[in-house]
Design a protein around this ligand. Structure first.
Ligand code: 5GP
Length: 209
């Protein structure tokens, strides 16, 4: 099972890219997280997120339901073990769209996952995109810019960087990373096991996989 982790500097256009990537690759599924944030118009429970109360979130966490959890802009977000198990059962690959703290935790739990940080072409573009929406006040823009700076400060921890300048080019780059994740030895385990069985070779002397 291939796992791709995607985080970004706020204002980089992550959601457009995620939509494009999922449309291109039917085997790739977006991991549906739990969150305490209120649904935005058009967001369906169980599709965009599993929307839960803070109490329900904490109860799930106490049961050990989450691989990782993080707080972002005053709301809790978490990836459940169940979501990963469901994708594995369905023979699907998973895309985690998370903030940087969750990305690091996922990478620690699943070292064979490929993590990618989406970079803006330059900082001026981030400011222009946030202001260009025209829906947000200066305070909210300043908060998002500060979040972007914090995210950038951890970008070097990721396996790969993709620049979101030209949408088609960024989609090609992300598709290449997804392919690399599919080709990881861990994701190719079933194939390796089959050929080893045919060859009568064990996984011992050479150190297994
Ligand atoms: P939004 O509220 O805009 O949907 O998401 C806010 C931030 O939380 C985004 O950076 C998004 O990628 C991140 N996020 C969404 N789900 C999860 C999750 O399960 N875990 C973590 N750590 N971050 C998440």
């Amino acid at each position: 099972m291939a796992l791709l982790i995607l985080a970004a500097c706020s204002g980089t256009g992550k959601s457009t890219l995620v939509k494009g990537l999922l449309a291109r690759h039917p085997r790739l599924r977006l991991s549906v997280s739990h969150t305490t944030r209120a649904p935005r118009p058009g967001e369906e429970d169980g599709v965009a997120y599993h929307f839960v109360t803070r109490d329900a979130f904490e109860a799930l966490d106490a049961e050990g339901a989450f691989v990782e959890r993080a707080e972002y802009a005053g709301n809790l977000y978490g990836t459940s073990h169940a979501e990963v198990a469901r994708a594995e059962r369905d023979g699907r690959d998973l895309l985690f769209e998370v903030e940087v703290v969750g990305a690091a935790a996922l990478k620690a739990s699943y070292p064979h996952a490929l993590s990618c940080f989406l970079l803006p072409p330059d900082w001026a573009t981030v400011e222009a995109r946030l202001r260009g929406r025209g829906t947000e006040g200066e305070e909210s823009i300043a908060r998002r810019l500060a979040a972007g700076r914090r995210e950038l400060a951890r970008a070097h921890e990721f396996d790969a960087a993709v620049v979101n300048d030209d949408l088609a080019a960024a989609l090609d780059d992300l598709s290449a990373l997804y392919r690399a994740a599919q080709l990881s030895m861990r994701a190719q385990g079933a194939l390796l096991d089959r050929v080893r069985a045919q060859a009568g070779a064990g996984a011992g002397a050479e150190g297994g996989r």
